[in-house]
Design a protein around this ligand. Structure first.
Ligand code: FAD
Length: 404
């Protein structure tokens, strides 16, 4: 059976890996990737010894995948400081502890209003713990995970019930190790610089038109929203959720000196505190083994749903914005010895209220179809979540293949 996977990000690569693992040589897998490299948002850079991640910098989870890829010796677990988190508050940093939530939790029994069904994260926590709890604790959480705003995100879709504490880790050579090794160990073909333009689901097969040729398969799994690629008459077009995306910018800063006043994972800023800054990650504290000559490495996250226009600023303006934020909250105002800007247009899915109900409709529409979907627009934006979903083998059933 021929299977085409669209997109060589972590969703596409891990899907290919688990299909290969389950069916060995029974499947002929081809991954079509629009860009010139694998990994999607996962891109590690090392410029003259300055090591930084353009996109995700760590994974929270534990997987058999690491052992299966024989990457155990490459894993780098976050330092003890990763447990210390800070919030930006009135121009200063405050260590986050659960005790700070106590007043809101103690008044919890006094609040009885509950809107039934799915509601926004702001409504859910606002009804239970009050508006200032949302502004102080929930808004920064939304900035940190979704680069989003609590009144635009669905509580049900963004707060999955089962969350287990797991370690935070990366790899000695950075996050890209995972996707590069997957790409090498996947036996199928990976065609780079191959952008999918159209997908036609016929009774006998699926044809996939790309900018470099036409491909035929028995099944297609798209990790990108397929709406624009489907013909107008395909009913899937009407039910694929159009999930809004937040755009953000990462400014990576490196300094030879040890400048941080506090050790920790970093800090987050609520939208009331800062209109353009999402937060700053203290990379040099979390993974000091990657520091090289740079004793302080910071990632300043700007923009997100609260300031989408930030992507339009020049590199110099973004750098200044980042240095200003570091000066204000960390007292680090001197020019960085090295810096780099990465823009992430339409990068993080913002599941709106009612998203899971729309997903149910989509799942029904996908039953029996040759086209299946994966990727961060569906249920989880985290790398751990995307890998777990691929591992759970949802595609096996949809592909009409039973688990072995
Ligand atoms: C700045 C940033 C920081 C993040 N930090 C973390 C973190 O620390 N931990 C974490 O767990 N998650 C983090 N995330 C989220 C996580 O990185 C993403 O949700 C995840 O990597 C998405 O994987 P994906 O495979 O679904 O999509 P992508 O990585 O976007 O891959 C999709 C691929 O499809 C390709 N493609 C698109 N259109 C076509 C087409 N028409 N034809 C062929 N190919 C196409 C793209 O080129 C791309 O390679 C972060 C995200 C960002 C932006």
């Amino acid at each position: 059976m021929k299977v085409i996977i669209i997109g060589a990000g972590i969703a596409g690569l891990s899907t290919a890996w688990y299909l290969q693992k389950e069916y060995a040589n029974a499947l002929d897998i081809t991954i079509l990737e629009a860009s010139g490299s694998v990994g999607g948002k996962i891109q590690t850079k090392n410029i003259d010894g300055f090591f930084y991640e353009c996109g995700p910098r760590s994974i929270r989870g534990d997987f058999d995948l690491i052992n299966e890829l024989q990457l155990q010796d490459e894993v780098l677990v976050a330092s003890k400081y990763a447990k210390r988190r800070f919030l930006a508050s009135h121009g200063r940093l405050k260590a986050f502890t659960w005790i700070k939530c106590l007043p809101a939790i103690l008044t919890y029994p006094l609040r009885w209003s509950r809107t039934p069904g799915d509601v926004s994260i702001a409504t859910y926590f606002g009804e239970r713990f009050g508006a200032s709890f949302v502004d102080t604790f929930i808004d920064p959480f939304c900035a940190g995970i979704y680069a989003g705003l609590p009144d635009a995100l669905s509580y049900q879709a963004c707060f999955p019930k089962k969350r287990h504490a797991a370690q935070i880790f990366t790899f000695k050579q950075g996050m890209q190790t995972l996707t590069s090794v997957l790409a090498v160990k996947i036996k199928g073909k990976i065609l780079l610089n191959t952008k999918v333009l159209r997908i036609d689901d016929h009774p006998q097969n699926v044809t996939v038109l790309t900018d470099s040729g036409l491909y035929t398969a028995d099944r297609v799994i798209s990790t990108v929203n397929p709406t624009a690629m489907l013909p107008p008459e395909d009913p899937l077009r009407l039910v694929v959720p159009q999930v809004p995306k937040a755009s953000l910018v990462t400014v990576s800063l490196g300094y030879y000196e040890d400048l941080l006043p506090e050790r920790g994972f970093g800090f987050l800023a609520s939208s009331k505190e800062e209109r353009r800054l999402l937060g700053v990650i203290f990379d040099s504290c979390v993974f000091p083994q990657q520091n090289g000559a740079y004793k302080t490495r910071l990632s300043v996250m700007l923009g997100g749903a609260k300031a989408p226009h930030m992507l339009e600023l020049s590199d110099d303006a973004l750098y200044s914005e980042a240095v200003d934020a570091c000066k204000k909250y960390l007292g680090v105002g001197q020019p960085a010895h090295v810096w780099a800007v990465t823009r992430h247009p339409h990068a993080i899915s913002q599941y709106p209220v009612g998203h899971l109900q729309r997903m149910q409709v989509l799942e029904e529409a996908l039953t029996g179809r040759r086209i299946q979907l994966a990727g961060a627009d569906l249920y989880d934006v985290s790398i751990a979540g995307l890998i777990k979903r691929a591992e759970a083998g949802v595609f096996m059933n949809h592909l009409g293949l039973a688990h072995k």
